[in-house]
Ligand binder design. Sequence first.
Ligand code: NCD
Length: 334
Amino acid sequence: MFEQTDPNQIQLNSEGQLKHYLTTEGLSRELLTEILDTADSFVDMSAQQVKKVPLLRGKTVVNLFFEASTRTLSTFELAAKRLSADVLNLNISTSSTSKGETLKDTLMTLEAMHSDMFVVRHSDSGAAHFIAQHVTPDVAVINAGDGRHAHPTQAMLDMLTIRRHKGDFAPLVVAIVGDILHSRVARSQIHALRTLGAAEVRVIAPQTLLPKHIEALGVRVFTDMNEGLKDVDVVMMLRLQKERMTSALLPSESEFFKLYGLSEEKLALAKPDAVVMHPGPINRGVEIESVVADGPRSLILDQVTNGIAVRMAVMSMSMSGQTTEKQARLGNGE
Ligand code: NCD
């Protein structure tokens, strides 16, 4: 665990623009909407024959992954390439930290290579925040998931997917279902949905998978899925984070599926036009039934597509926030 200070002191520049992207918590509705609007334009661009823009031409992006990932790493890589950056993927679990090098030494080595952006995934909460505090000015840091704390690009790709299908957030009742306790995705989603003005955010989970005081985030808590799903517009499923479970919090996977898995029968309790989402990787038959995951109401693959656009948006916005700040510094004669 790393020390936490107010993230906005670090992630925003003096003009209030993003210069790092660490968390959705505390970001204004205007800024979240700017991310969505920017991402929207990249969704359209990614469907064209030529999928590149020169916004990060000449910049070097390092994907610094201390924890395994497939879709997040590959969509960050594609996003950086579509912005014309040079990209280096570092899987640190197989690199120098396992030879005893400290995180600060790794950072200094990468800075000496004149990197412009670090995309960080780490199993410790606060890792991206720590790195943003310790990098040299001009280097942007993007959080690609830190421990149980935050996964802000996942949350915003989910918001983009919802907005593209439902239009406005104001009338929406959204349910987040499953392993809330270990989920960095759920925390970032809750902050984003509340800030964007969703009518109601529900969490549905067994008591053992609910963090203490979760109501303080402004959500309605349900332990009965049949009740919680009634009349919702969006069902956001989560993966059971077994790798983070230190004790037996579940009876069995089949029991979990019976009570909290999304079947067609349970989905029928939601609104007839309700959509279904999951950040992946999905465990079929544990969190979600295959007919639902592959069915007409599932947006799971749209989420992946939108992930590239959202990552392009936050990367280009942070790089431009860094440039503005640098110009201000130079103007002040620093
Ligand atoms: C999520 C993650 O790693 O936090 N997945 C992802 O980014 N695609 C959710 C998960 O692992 O369950």
